[in-house]
Design a protein around this ligand. Structure first.
Ligand SMILES: CC(C)(COP(=O)(O)OP(=O)(O)OC[C@H]1O[C@@H](n2cnc3c(N)ncnc32)[C@H](O)[C@@H]1OP(=O)(O)O)[C@@H](O)C(=O)NCCC(=O)NCCS
Length: 185
């Protein structure tokens, strides 16, 4: 079973196991913003209660070991600026991340992804660390490249992105090279 630390500190960020108590700050920072949800699989939240419900589910998933979700806060101010998560499927860890628009382009997502990669890479049972993003989401692709993941290719018709309209969307797949461990499987 893959386990995850409830708190991860980086130079500028504190990642902490998410809780329904984070919902109001998350609603304010990113969850209701259509610019943030544009390439995501969920519509902007209509109410704080929607976010609280999602975070309650995330807390249960943490206990089950299937999905680890961290709030992302600035060390300097304590402000919640986003979330990052790691979905576990057997020996694979799939990363995703969201940062509030007023905090974009300051390297925060890259810093969070690097920290999650360091954790996952040190977990003995993890053989694949990967992420996908929509083909037309270059900021996300750039984060993954800066964090050291390598582009593997395009996955055709991989995701439903309701904020872009109906239909299945192509995604780009990135992975952190773990060849030596993957060979053990
Ligand atoms: C993707 C996202 C997490 C990036 O967060 P961030 O904290 O701004 O990321 P960073 O600052 O670490 O890096 C962003 C990089 O993308 C680049 N970038 C931003 N917009 C871009 C665009 N339209 N085209 C190309 N590059 C772009 C930035 O210049 C920066 O690269 P650089 O350091 O080489 O200049 C943020 O935009 C976001 O939350 N978007 C909405 C949710 C989302 O798409 N999540 C990813 C799901 S797969």
């Amino acid at each position: 079973m893959i386990s995850a630390p409830e708190r991860i500190a980086t130079e500028r960020l504190l990642l902490a196991r998410v809780s329904p108590a984070d919902a109001e700050a998350a609603f304010e920072a990113y969850a209701a913003d259509p610019a943030v949800t544009r390439f995501l699989s969920w519509a902007p939240a209509a109410a704080v209660a929607d976010v609280a419900r999602y975070f309650a589910g995330a807390a249960a998933a943490w206990d089950a070991g299937s999905l680890f979700t961290w709030s992302v806060r600035l060390v300097e101010t304590g402000a919640l600026i986003g979330v990052a998560d790691a979905r576990v499927d057997a020996y694979m860890v799939n990363l995703s991340y969201v940062i509030g628009a007023r905090f974009w382009n300051r390297g925060y997502a890259t810093e969070a992804v690097r920290a999650l990669c360091a954790w996952a890479a040190a977990e003995p049972d993890v053989a694949r660390i990967w992420a996908v993003c929509a083909v037309d989401n270059p900021a996300s692709a750039r984060v993954l490249e800066k964090a050291g993941l390598v582009r593997e290719g395009t996955l055709p018709r991989q995701a439903v992105l309701p904020n872009l309209g109906a239909g299945m969307r192509d995604c780009v797949c990135y992975t952190l090279e773990r060849n030596e461990r993957a060979r053990a499987y």
